[in-house]
Design a protein around this ligand. Structure first.
Ligand SMILES: C[S@@+](CC[C@H](N)C(=O)[O-])C[C@H]1O[C@@H](n2cnc3c(N)ncnc32)[C@H](O)[C@@H]1O
Length: 269
């Protein structure tokens, strides 16, 4: 079994590209890189956020780091030619990566949840930032999911999904620990902002799209979940049906809160 929950496969690459655009309006209001010239992107994957960052902040130059050579290859292929010269893709483990020159900021989205030692990664990246360099984190908080009406198959799926991630030494509940991790890694002026999302039958279209997105997210782990006996074929089928039909229910609602944090590198040794 790969130690990466979603797997390094083509469908996952497409899912990441879709996800970044789908959540762009939720994630980016918090991210202010207007005054940043050199950004370190931690765990860039297939460059889904890289492209958004380059489009939103035209002065930005990015060192985009990931451990997966295959994803970096997809990242450089999917980036339009006119943006290519502003990015350098680097294959490295963030636990050991060192920038040649100190950067102004670091950006990390949906990555620390997959790192076995998030605090050590934050500590290491801090060394590559200038003292007034800022870090932006966006992470999951999987305790926050509430889907109504309730489905015992979906509950079982979600519990298994989180259990598998824990088994793979990931952190499905890392959102609530971001402040602590940043503090322990030596960051200062830490600001944490939970970002609640709530969709209901009042906005059926968004609810429908969100549930379809969510199914795609959790289905990306279905292969190891089924193979490992974490869930049954029946639970998989019922969870899919429940999510994809939720918007038709008159009392339907979907709630999830992800967590964002920003902090300064400071000059502690
Ligand atoms: C869910 S993907 C997110 C990719 C991108 N940030 C996005 O939002 O589309 C997580 C990425 O983190 C990378 N990753 C996880 N641990 C890493 C580490 N220790 N060093 C470098 N990359 C890592 C994985 O290879 C994967 O590409």
């Amino acid at each position: 079994m790969s130690d990466y929950l979603h797997g390094y496969v083509h469908t996952e690459y497409e899912r990441l590209l879709h996800q970044a655009r789908f959540l762009e309006q939720e994630v980016y209001p918090f991210i202010d890189l207007k005054h940043c010239n050199h950004l370190l992107e931690m765990g860039c994957g297939v460059g889904a956020q890289t492209r958004i960052l380059l489009e939103r902040f035209p002065q930005l130059h990015i060192t985009a780091i990931d451990r997966s050579a295959e994803e970096l290859e997809v990242a450089s292929q999917q980036l339009p030619g006119d943006l290519q010269h502003r990015v350098r893709f680097v294959q490295a483990d963030l636990l050991h990566f060192q920038a040649e020159e100190k950067a102004d900021a670091a950006f990390c989205c949906w990555m620390l949840e997959h790192a076995s030692n998030p605090e050590a990664i934050l500590q290491n990246i801090r060394r590559s930032l200038s003292a007034d360099g800022q870090i932006y984190l966006t992470e999951v908080e999987n305790n926050s999911l509430e889907v109504r009406p309730h489905s015992s198959a979906l509950d079982a799926y979600w519990e298994a999904y989180n259990r598998l991630q824990l088994h793979l030494k990931g952190w499905p509940f890392i959102g609530q620990n971001l402040e602590h991790h940043l503090q322990s890694a030596g960051f200062e002026h830490i600001h944490v902002l939970p970002h609640p999302m709530h969709y209901s039958h009042h906005n059926t279209e968004r609810l429908k799209d969100f549930c379809a997105y969510w199914w795609r997210l959790i289905d990306s782990a279905s292969e190891p979940l089924l193979r490992g006996g974490y869930i049954s074929e029946e639970q998989h089928r019922l969870s899919r049906e429940h999510l994809l039909n939720l918007h038709q229910h008159p009392q339907a609602s979907f709630r999830y809160t992800f967590v964002q944090a920003k902090a300064l590198a400071g000059n502690k040794p």
